[in-house]
Design a protein around this ligand. Structure first.
Ligand code: NAP
Ligand code: F7E
Length: 322
């Protein structure tokens, strides 16, 4: 039975990846950080099938211990401070976890488990103020937030360990991917959750920032498959993963409200608090390398994603008011 270690298993992607790897017959070890309350909401349905262990990307010895104890065949580093606005207010913490945390886990692998295959959760945020459209593996980086800067470090240190220490280490440059398990502060989930609350009379408006920003939004369940595929190749290499289609925040809002029979103009309040000091205006992926080499294709499109998220939030709100 192959063994996979997932950091960030309590997050959106961690939960989908754990489900996927269990389905492939893996023993799944999920690293969680200590907290005073339980953070297993997204994995409670599979909790009995996975091994939960404590560790933290701040703490080198906890990572080395995990490598020595479990000798995972595959390590997926999904843990990060992943919310862009928080990276502006907590830039040092973001650098510690999202940047240096990658070196700590690579060091643990190098010292205690060098045969492991390593996946780093890289991001389209490294392209930031984009130098070309669409963006592919060779597009120059121009991050626009402390999060993006930290992820550039994580990306390049992964390449460096591959080239210097002969590790099988890859960075998956994933564009935005969403789901009913997306954190409530991210714009897609903030919108679909608001749609459900407004529809049920629990809220009257939604406050948003920049409606003109464009993103290439896909479904998280599709993207975790690509992570696994990257670790099954003969040679390690980095891949861009996205749908190749871009939409504005306004488009997302329009479709989500319309799907529930509402007009977003009646509920939207533009709010300065949600604008960013520097914005990423346009992201759209050129995933031809992933399509050709990995044979990866997304299965859920933009409209399907919005419907899935609105439906799930409607069910959630209905349960709350039962
Ligand atoms: P998420 O929902 O925010 O999950 C982040 C995870 O990291 C959580 O499990 C969190 O644990 C954990 N974590 C945070 N700090 C930690 C620390 N110091 N030590 C150990 N664990 C820590 O993120 P996601 O959307 O699933 O994304 C997964 C990864 O892909 C992240 O690295 C993100 O930056 C990257 N990424 C995401 C997207 C996207 O569109 N979703 C696109 C490209 C790249 P708690 O539950 O305890 O907070
Ligand atoms: O913002 C605009 C905002 O926070 C998307 C993370 O997973 O994907 C994610 O980062 C856009 C931005 O995601 C609000 O200005 C408008 O232009 O949903 P988001 P993100 O910043 O793209 C990348 C790939 C990652 O790697 C990250 O970890 O929406 N926007 N009004 C708003 N955004 C938020 N959050 N809230 C608003 O009210």
């Amino acid at each position: 039975m192959p063994v996979a270690l997932i950091t960030g298993i309590t997050g959106q992607d961690g939960s989908y990846l754990a489900e996927f790897l269990l389905g492939c017959g893996y023993q799944v070890i999920g690293m969680v950080r200590r907290s005073s309350t339980v953070t297993f909401e997204r994995i409670k349905h599979i909790q009995d099938e996975i091994t939960i262990v404590q560790g933290d990307l701040h703490d080198q010895s906890s990572l080395v211990d995990l490598m020595e104890t479990y000798h995972p065949d595959e390590v997926y580093n999904l843990a990060a401070q992943s919310f862009v606005p928080t990276s502006f207010s907590q830039p040092v913490l973001t650098g510690e976890v999202t940047a240096l945390g990658v070196t700590r886990i690579l060091e643990a692998i190098r010292l205690a488990n060098p045969q492991a295959r390593f996946y780093q959760a890289s991001t389209s945020e490294i392209f930031g103020k984009v130098r070309e459209v669409p963006q592919c593996e060779t597009t120059p980086f121009y991050p626009r937030s402390p999060y993006g800067v930290a992820k550039v470090y994580g990306h390049l240190i992964t390449v460096n360990y591959r080239e210097s220490h002969d590790l099988y280490a890859v960075s998956g440059i994933l564009f935005n991917h969403e789901s009913p398990r997306r954190g409530l502060e991210f714009v897609t989930r903030k919108i679909t959750h608001a749609v459900a609350r407004i529809k049920h009379g629990l809220a009257k408006e939604i406050h948003l920032g920049n409606l003109d920003a464009r993103r290439d939004w896909g479904y998280a369940g599709d993207y975790v498959r690509a992570m696994w595929m990257m670790l099954q190749q003969e040679q390690p290499s980095d891949f861009v993963v996205g749908t190749g289609v871009t939409h504005s925040v306004r488009d997302f809002c329009d479709l989500a409200f319309s799907y529930a029979g509402l007009d977003y103009h009646d509920f939207l309040v533009q709010d300065e608090r949600f604008f960013r000091p520097a914005e990423v205006d346009l992201l759209v992926a050129n995933s031809s390398k992933a399509q050709q080499q990995l044979k990866w294709q997304p299965e859920v499109n933009f409209e399907g994603l919005i419907e899935m998220m609105v439906d799930a939030d409607m069910r959630m709100v209905e349960k709350e008011i039962e």
